[in-house]
Design a protein around this ligand. Structure first.
Ligand code: WAQ
Ligand code: MG
Length: 252
């Protein structure tokens, strides 16, 4: 089939570190992954550079931008997960709520405890850890790097009523939940000034929980809980390479 039958789309990825590049031991500051057409490239690149700058985790002196054309025929359009919110008085209560939600989604106590250990760790991953929902075993072999989900974005980049952060997180969670291997996700930010986190799954939707950590804390990350029968290579390939647009929804 001639390529021109599909509109051209590009994946744009950013990673920023302080001190030196990540692979040389620099401190992870910020990352971002977007999707857009040729006309949107400059705006997206500018937005990602802005995201890397003035960051609460530190001052980036290594920033990498990668632009890659994605196969148009693989593009998928999906609606965002439904959004709900739980407000609690303390971080401990937030953790309890998150654990309840994860258990309801079918994640074992062992797996939940391992995930909290990973996210509370002072040395963050800069991507997600993939954890078996029954045994709690970490399945990816990416070490500190983890797995970065990319090639997802909103179709209507134009209006940003909610914060950019919430839209980015909802897009990521929606893509992750789309895989039949995903049982649930747990996330809170590694940014010291952002204490809201979430638990998400196809069934639960996107459940914001605040607070999930204390102000000033730089620990955070993401854990994707997967079924025991996961094909880990194809799962990681889906997370990193499948282009997905999130379309519509009431989250505005
Ligand atoms: N793929 C996999 N893991 C990622 C990705 C990605 N594309 N982006 C971030 N992470 C991991 C990584 O370990 C980061 O350290 C961690 O998540 C946190 O990233 O509804 O802001 O961008 O109010 O700091 C969630 C709540 C906010 C939003 C999450 O995450 C809301 C947030 P951050
Ligand atoms: Mg962050």
């Amino acid at each position: 089939m001639p390529e021109t039958m599909y509109p051209e789309y590009f994946s744009v990825r950013m990673r920023a570190a302080e001190g030196k590049a990540h692979e040389l031991g620099g401190k992870h500051i910020s990352g971002g992954e977007r999707l857009g057409n040729r006309l949107q490239l400059e705006v997206i690149a500018t937005e990602l550079l802005a995201k890397a700058s003035n960051h609460s985790r530190g001052s980036a002196d290594f920033i990498q931008l990668v632009v890659e054309k994605v196969p148009g025929e693989e593009l998928q359009f999906i609606p965002p997960l439904d959004v709900s919110a739980i407000e609690v008085a303390t971080v401990q209560e937030g953790h309890d709520k998150a654990k309840d939600q994860l258990a309801a989604a079918g994640v074992s106590e062992r797996a939940i405890e391992h995930a909290f250990l990973i996210l509370n760790h002072e040395r963050n991953l800069r991507g997600a850890a993939i954890v078996n929902c029954e045994t709690g075993e970490r399945l990816d072999e990416r070490g500190q790097k983890g797995v970065r989900v990319s090639r997802m974005d909103w179709t209507d980049c134009g209006h940003v009523a909610d914060s950019v952060r919430v839209r980015e997180a909802l897009a990521l969670a929606t893509k992750v939940a789309q895989s039949p291997y995903t049982v649930a996700e747990l996330c809170w930010s590694d940014d010291p000034d952002y204490v809201t986190g979430y638990v998400s799954s196809q069934q639960l939707g996107y459940v914001r929980i605040s607070p999930l950590k204390r102000m000033g804390c730089e620990s955070g990350g993401r854990v994707f809980f997967v079924h025991n029968d996961v094909d880990i290579d194809s799962y990681i390939d889906f997370l990193e390479r499948k282009p997905v647009f999130i379309q519509g929804g009431e989250s505005e």
